[in-house]
Design a protein around this ligand. Structure first.
Ligand SMILES: Nc1ncnc2c1ncn2[C@@H]1O[C@H](COP(=O)(O)OP(=O)(O)OP(=O)(O)O)[C@@H](O)[C@H]1O
Length: 636
């Protein structure tokens, strides 16, 4: 299916108010969301898609795997850099205990050794820091690029039913704020963690080596700190999960309001929207506040613990120096090391914050990536049989098909239907009768709950996406124009088409004249001034797109909006051109369309209640005959 759009906004709240129902049972094993029982909270609404166990870790692993070499090299650089950095208190001990006595004795040798060692350690630490930052920044950037690409590709593959419920606002939030949280972790947090862990290991080992008693006492003081870290982690995990959902809700509301700005302004919904937005914004601020408060508690607690521990150890050390049980230089070095041991605790808080924020985001991204498309590509795709050259179009058959949307009951009860190759079949019926649903099944926007939809005997589920798009194209009421030129928009139907083919399609549809009158002709940007097309012109572009794609089966949702008479005629002519030579299913809203069809299906409550040639049905006494009379009277 080329086109592109369904004619329905996919990012309304659950799609035009449908699907907001109260979902959220656990996901089925294929990652799809079953319809939840009434009254249960909606996993989509609550932004809590189930994340399979270990999915976050697997995702991070798969993101980092291509950069394993760089990650190792960066870690080694940091390891050596820490060794160089942690040498300085040792040099202080050396200065106090060796250099000063040697100088007093007139020996300058140890001073030279000290100067060289200090210069070397500073230079090596600086150079290695540079190497680390370069390597980790590159790996980090590549990981983010990869992740954003994965989210985008996956979102495109997921079915319409997913998008109607998840909403584009949440997807934007995943690809922006959540990816950003991971960036902060990779670029800043990870360096903090590695530095803290390594410096703790180095310092602990050095303290134990300098003086066993001081070393053991310092390590014991880490126990209350570890408890503080755990409590902080738990609190901030909760706060960040809530925060990620809250910012997504803010973006969802933003995207939805601006996406529907016309009705918002037409119905003066601005004040109500402001109030709803302010609520969501305040909610986000509250969760953000919770996260900051958790951090503040942790920093205050850890500093107090560290200060008490240092004071106690220095007092004990001073007592031992006074009783000659400890050298003064060793106490000085140990005190410096103790400060260095506890200082990074604040930074550990920064890391844990970044980590929790990233973990919450990664969990949400992993949940999204774990969703399986509701219309998956076949494992072993089949090709359509070659079409006989003399026969236009392909035969379409619905065999024992029934269908219900995931969020509701059965919409189409079991039915069989065959559309002869090359025929034009009009579908009419009251609103909500199931006409669009029938077309959506044939376009494979959804798979039937039971039965098969076939094109020339091949189940749509067995066709690759590319083959299906070549065979079946759907043109919806509102032809969506993507940013780019008019030619690009027509060529969407067949991106490899030459300019001459694009122009030929436009000519056949009757769009060539108005395109030629645009400021830059086919190269006019449709989003720029002068490139704005009217509703009728957009429809013609949509038809040209479909004609260029040249599918065997065309699905057409005729526009209900009325155009002026010349515009209407142009669209009618274009429709004639695009329907010719293929099998067509037209959701018809105009008498002229139905009258020129080979066959009419009348739908009511999801069933085909009348089926026959338009003239024959019009002559009868059924629904179509009544509709036909009403139409005739309205145009009389
Ligand atoms: N995405 C959806 N999720 C759940 N239910 C849906 C969805 N789309 C349609 N329905 C339901 O399916 C039924 C048939 O809808 P459908 O859109 O096929 O009707 P239609 O005949 O095309 O109507 P219209 O002429 O107004 O477009 C309706 O009861 C509708 O509420």
């Amino acid at each position: 299916m080329t086109t592109t759009e369904t004619g329905r906004p996919v990012d309304g709240p659950g799609g035009e108010g449908r699907g907001t129902g109260p979902p959220a049972a656990p996901a089925a094993s294929d990652g799809r969301q079953p319809a939840p029982p009434d009254g249960a909270p909606d996993a989509f609404e609550a932004d809590l898609l189930p994340t399979p166990k270990g999915a976050s870790r697997t995702l991070l692993g798969s993101l980092l795997a291509p950069h394993r070499g760089r990650v190792w090299a960066a870690t080694v650089a940091l390891l050596l850099q820490q060794a160089a950095t942690q040498a300085s208190p040792l040099l202080v001990a050396y200065a106090l205990d060796r250099v000063v006595p040697a100088l007093r004795a007139g020996d300058h040798g140890p001073l030279v050794v000290l100067a060289v060692a200090a210069a070397l350690s500073a230079a090596v630490a600086g150079a290695l820091q540079w190497v680390f930052v370069r390597l980790s920044a590159r790996a980090g950037q590549d990981v983010l690029l990869d992740l954003r690409g994965r989210i985008f590709r996956h979102a495109q593959d997921l079915g319409l039913d997913f998008h109607e419920r998840y909403t584009s606002g949440r997807l934007i939030s995943r690809a922006t704020t959540d990816v950003e949280a991971l960036r902060e972790l990779l670029e800043e947090g990870l360096q903090e963690l590695v530095t803290v862990v390594l410096s703790t290991l180095y310092i602990s080992a050095l303290l134990l080596w300098l003086d066993l008693g001081l070393g053991v006492a310092a390590l014991l003081s880490a126990v209350p700190l570890a408890l503080l870290v755990r409590a902080f982690q738990r609190r901030s995990h909760r706060a960040y999960r809530a925060k990620s959902s809250a910012i997504a809700a803010v973006i969802v509301r933003f995207a939805e309001t601006l996406g529907g700005i016309r009705p918002v302004q037409a119905f003066r919904r601005e004040p109500a929207n402001d109030a709803a937005f302010a609520d969501l914004n305040a909610r986000h601020r509250r969760f953000n506040g919770d996260a900051i408060l958790a951090m503040a508690r942790f920093v205050v607690g850890s500093r107090m613990t560290a200060n008490v521990a240092i004071a106690a150890l220095v007092l004990w050390g001073a007592y031992r120096v006074a009783t000659d049980a400890l050298a003064l230089g060793v106490l000085a070095a140990a005190t410096l090391y103790l400060r260095r041991l506890y200082d990074p605790i604040d930074r550990l808080g920064v890391f844990l914050n970044a980590y929790e924020s990233a973990a919450a985001s990664l969990e949400k991204i992993a949940g999204l990536l774990a969703q399986r498309p509701s219309v998956p590509e076949p494992a072993r795709p089949r090709a359509l049989p070659p079409a006989p050259p003399a026969r236009p179009g392909r035969e379409v058959a619905f065999r024992g098909v029934s269908f219900g949307y995931r969020t509701g009951g059965e919409v189409l009860p079991r039915f069989d239907l065959t559309l002869a190759a090359g025929s034009t079949v009009a579908v009419v019926g009251a609103t909500g009768a199931g006409k669009s649903t029938l077309a959506r099944l044939l376009a494979r926007f959804h798979d039937p709950t039971q039965g098969r939809v076939e094109v020339d005997g091949v189940d749509l589920r067995e066709l690759s996406g590319a083959e299906l798009r070549r065979a079946v194209v759907m043109v919806t009421q509102e032809a969506f124009l993507f940013s780019g030129t008019v030619a690009d928009n027509i060529a969407l139907g067949r991106p490899d088409a030459e300019r001459a083919e694009v122009e030929a399609a436009a000519r056949a549809i009757g769009a060539h004249d108005f395109v030629g009158a645009l400021p830059d002709g086919y190269d006019t940007d449709v989003r720029k001034r002068g490139g704005r097309l009217s509703a009728g012109q957009r429809q013609l572009v949509g038809f040209a797109r479909a004609l260029l794609a040249d599918p065997a089966v065309l699905l057409l949702d005729e526009a209900t909006s009325s155009l002026d008479i010349p515009g209407e005629r142009a669209v009618q002519r274009a429709m004639g051109a695009v329907l010719h030579g293929r099998t067509a299913l037209v959701i018809a809203h105009r008498l002229s369309t139905v009258e020129s069809a080979d066959r009419v299906l009348v739908m009511a409550d999801g069933r085909i209640v009348e089926d026959g040639a338009p003239a024959a049905l019009a002559a009868g006494h059924g629904r179509y005959a009544a509709l036909h009379r009403a139409w005739r009277e309205s145009v009389a």
